[in-house]
Design a protein around this ligand. Sequence first.
Ligand SMILES: [Zn+2]
Ligand SMILES: [Zn+2]
Ligand SMILES: [Zn+2]
Length: 143
Amino acid sequence: MDGEQPGKARDSGERRRTEENETRLRRTTHAPAVDDRFSVPLRGVAVDPETRCAHWDDDVDVVALRFGCCGHFSPCRVCHAETVDHDPEPWPRTRFDEAAVLCGVCGATLPARTYLDSSDACPECGAAFNPGCRRHRDRYFEE
Ligand SMILES: [Zn+2]
Ligand SMILES: [Zn+2]
Ligand SMILES: [Zn+2]
C-alpha cells in the first residue's frame, strides 16, 4: 500500500488525487508488455492489484489463470482476447502439476490440480475464490 502523505493534502486537490489513485490501481496491459506488479507474466483490462478485472470485479474474483497458448496469465478469457492477438487455449492436462493459477490476494502460484481440487479458497492464504468459476472451468483447463 502506498502511504498517505500527511500535511500535503488539500481540499482542492482531493478529486484529482482520487482519480490518480484509480489510474494507478487499475492497469490495462497489451502484448508484448506484461503487468510488472505481479510475479508472473500477466495481462488484462483494468486489472486491480488483486487481479480483479473489467469483466470480473467481485470481492471473490481474485485469481488469474494461465493459458496454454502463450503460457501467460490473465484474469479472464475476455482479458486474454483483448490484450493479445491469438486464440486462447486451455491449460493442458499434461501440465496440471505446473503453476497455472495466481492468487491475487497473496501472490501464490498454484498448480492447476491444486486449484481445481481446492474448495474455492486459496490453500495458501485462505482468500475466497469465486465458486461460479466451476461452471466454465472447461474454458480454462483441458478436460
Ligand atoms: Zn494466449
Ligand atoms: Zn477480464
Ligand atoms: Zn492466496
